[in-house]
Design a protein around this ligand. Structure first.
Ligand SMILES: [Zn+2]
Length: 256
């Protein structure tokens, strides 16, 4: 543990190295997206840098916020107007740093959303798809109670505190699971190719139902927010441990 209050730059370079951001082609900049005060004593983590989250962070006296969904996405309007203007104004009025890590946080072998979701759900990780390494696979868990789709669904509901939407036969047995956190329902064909009995992601589209039925794989839509809540928490805890600063996770509930 370091005793000196770390600077925003020190934390940024630590996180950028840890998450190997230069190895990713992403839809948004990863790292420090908005510069704030120089020294950081309190970091608040959350899924999305929304107004509600920034307000909560201000209340918690944050010097920096750490999120999975930051700003400045590839197809966004490049102007600072409306929603972005309101968010940025609020953040800058309070001189808060914004760190955002998207794909590098999904993928990290320790702090990543996919690995952390597997930990929360008790999955035994076996690997990642060679075709698309965002899709992970493994065994549901050691417990005998998770052998059917129905039992696995109940387990996920209990762990993530949210009722999932499920496509498939409740009584079918589940030996192999594949998953990708967030809005990754489009990767269902990759999960089917892996021979998984069920694919778990955060959201569902109309066509996902047909894909599941026609590819012969069950689908569980477990919540975008719910499946991506754990990476930032693990990362925030790591920063707190390494630099001896305060970390608080602020959950702004989102049913999607
Ligand atoms: Zn996401």
């Amino acid at each position: 543990m370091k005793t000196k209050t770390p600077t925003s730059e020190t934390i940024e370079s630590y996180l950028n190295d840890l998450l190997r951001i230069s190895h990713f082609k992403d839809y948004c900049p990863n790292g420090l997206q908005v510069q704030g005060k120089t020294h950081i004593k309190t970091i608040v983590s959350g899924v999305t840098a929304s107004i509600a989250f920034i307000e909560k962070a201000i209340e918690l006296k944050a010097d920096a916020i750490l999120v999975h969904h930051g700003w400045f996405w590839k197809n966004d309007d490049a102007r600072i107007v409306r929603q972005l203007h309101a968010r940025l104004k609020l953040l800058m009025q309070h001189d808060i740093n914004l760190y955002a890590y998207h794909l590098p946080l999904d993928q990290h072998p320790v702090f990543g959303n996919n690995v952390q979701l597997a930990r929360v759900l008790g999955f035994e990780i076996q690997g990642q798809s060679k075709e698309n390494d965002l899709v992970w696979y493994g065994k549901p868990s050691q417990g005998s109670q998770k052998k059917t789709l129905q039992a696995l669904t109940a387990h996920i509901e209990k762990k993530l505190h949210r009722a999932p939407l499920v496509i498939g036969n409740e009584q079918q047995s589940i030996k192999k699971v594949a998953w990708c956190t967030g809005g990754a329902q489009g990767y269902i064909d990759i999960a089917a190719k892996l021979g998984a009995d069920v694919y778990i992601s955060g959201e569902i589209s109309e066509q996902t139902t047909h894909a599941a039925r026609e590819l012969g794989i069950a689908y569980i839509s477990a919540g975008h927010h719910a499946t991506e809540s754990y990476g930032v928490q693990a990362l925030g805890a790591q920063v707190s441990k390494v630099f001896g600063i305060r970390h608080i996770h602020a959950d702004i509930p989102n049913p999607v």
